[in-house]
Design a protein around this ligand. Sequence first.
Ligand code: NIG
Ligand code: FE
Length: 412
Amino acid sequence: MTTLIINIKELLQVRDSSILKVSGAEMAILPTIKNAYLIIQNGHISDFGSMDDLPNINPEKCIDADGKIVLPSWCDSHTHIVYAGNREQEFVDRINGLTYEEIANRGGGILNSAAKLNEATEEEIFDQSKNRLEEVISLGTGAVEIKSGYGLTVDGELKMLRVIQRLAQNYPITIKATFLGAHAFPLVYKENHKGYIDLIINEMLPEIAKNKLADYIDAFCETGYFTVEETEQIMKAGIRFGLKPKIHVNQFNSIGGIQAGVKYNALSVDHLEIMKPEDIEALKNTETMPVALPSCSYFLSIPYTPAREMIAAGLPLALATDYNPGSTPSGNMNFVVATACIKMKMTPEEAINAATLNGAYAMGISETHGSITIGKKANLIITKPIPSYYQLPYAFGSNLIDTVILEGEIIV
Ligand code: NIG
Ligand code: FE
């Protein structure tokens, strides 16, 4: 099956296959081709270039993208979209003055979602989660990482990971699964951290590895959750089972989580709202991708990741949603890109690089996703007719997506 897209006003993020991420000053450069064509063959990008060089072919399908921009789908490298119920009441409690921390301390927060998840059947969780997945697909996301972490029991964590696996089998979007058993200590283990960590390492991990239910291991390294030492234990165990770390660090406090992540060669360290100079220093010359989650900062009214300082230090940066019921009930990558520009002072070029190629890197798929490159998956966004790609962050509340293509098929 061959599909030809012609008259593309501007084709964004055109890259050679050797470029797997962009860092520092490179982030300001977004290579494009104006007045372009693109050819899709068997779900992959097989050719693209200027309309002046359009080859003479007979495609099964032709799309005229006159006035429209084409870019690679968003790669959302950090979500928790498999969950049960919602936390609307906590949202109102925060409006009325409670903090996220105060809500968690009185048994709400992650434990609230864990209680709901353990009560729900696998079918109910699948049905709720698939609606969220369908929504993010329609918003232009073409690859998504999904975490467990609302089970906090052997059964609950396995149930979540099976739902993620089933979503991956039923939808054309690329999905990576992350085991986040170390999201919070369940109440029964409040005074027995060792007991819960033993459960993760000796009961959950072997079962997950045996059934190939996860690609990555995560832990919430934060005051009141997992200490640096406990996070290291979890990462070490995950690595033994073949799971590379991708961890939650520096959301509310800088306690050494980044340094621990780097030490264990984490694929990414995520959140980074609170960054000390030594945290930025620790990320230099590493393979670890820093990931910012601006819609979490927006929803919780906490600081934004200091993108300008990090990029000035030569670091790469990826952007993701953090879609979850507590801190970010939104999976809209368009809003993430706009918020990164508006609140973190990233340029449109930097934000688009961060939400495509660097996002792909942060979930281990930048050899196949995240740019317009021959051989990569044809996961594409075609916008409505717009004056320029600046519109994407500028018109922050508008839906500018006209067509979503996944593996060469028109989805929306
Ligand atoms: O990434 N910070 C830890 N985990 C999630 C929030 C979890 C929740 O509140 O349900 C996050 O923000
Ligand atoms: Fe998260």
